[in-house]
Design a protein around this ligand. Structure first.
Ligand code: PGA
Length: 222
């Protein structure tokens, strides 16, 4: 299940190959996309490839509950790192908002997510499904874990500036994706990755639910 790659460039280009193949096989693909530091190289790779995004629809995994125009909002992140640099229609780029049921219905109505790219938090979260999240959870407003706030404070001037709430796709929502790719790019996450992939399947390690998915690939580099 875990594919170990020699460096971050290789990790990024390997996952970019998977996205490229998906878009070539299915121009109307519905992708679920992550934010954070891990996918930055992937987005750079994708921008540099001649891909047609004109029929692609994206659903982001999560957003902070904050001003969407703030430079650290995930909407700003996606525009800056990907959407403003490819030929995707902005109206086809969706983010969870307080109308969580509508987000779920939209995904379902379109036939579900074809490819979901994930990262993992140092506490084992996927999207903002923090430890203790129900395996049946759906898109909802959540309170961020102390560890997540600490980890993400590196993107903000001070830890007090990190939003404490977010809206995330649920674990149940993510698990309905046809294919899932988990990207992990730090030796600091090797331990939690091992626990998630080889340990007990438990709600205290949200990523452990991936053991129950029959089409998941994990790509790791240190
Ligand atoms: P990172 O975050 O890519 O910034 O390490 C991953 C995550 O928290 O899911």
């Amino acid at each position: 299940m875990v594919n170990t790659l020699s460096n971050y460039k290789e990790l990024s280009s390997t996952v970019a190959d998977i996205v490229e193949q998906q878009l070539k096989e299915e121009p109307l693909s519905r992708l679920c996309l992550p934010t954070g530091s891990t996918p930055l190289g992937l987005y750079e790779e994708l921008v540099n490839r001649e891909l047609d995004w004109s029929s692609v629809m994206t659903f982001n995994l999560d957003v902070y509950l904050m001003n969407v125009n703030h430079p650290q909002s995930y909407q700003s992140y996606m525009r800056k790192n990907l959407f403003d640099r490819i030929n995707i229609y902005p109206t086809l780029c969706r983010y969870p908002d307080r109308n969580t049921r509508e987000y779920e219905q939209k995904i379902k109505g379109l036939g579900g997510i074809d490819l979901c790219i994930l990262g993992i938090g140092t506490n084992g979260h996927i999207a903002f499904n923090e430890p203790g999240s129900s395996f049946d959870s759906r898109t909802r407003v959540v309170v961020l874990d102390e560890q997540t706030i600490k980890d993400n404070s590196r993107f903000f001037d001070s830890i007090e500036d990190v939003p404490t709430q977010a809206i995330t796709m649920g674990l149940g929502t993510i698990m309905e994706s046809k294919k899932i790719v988990l990207m992990v790019n730090s030796v600091d996450k090797l331990n939690i990755l091992n626990v998630a992939i080889n340990g007990e399947v438990t709600e205290s390690v949200p990523a452990s639910i991936l053991q129950r998915h029959d089409n998941v690939e994990v790509y790791y580099c240190d």
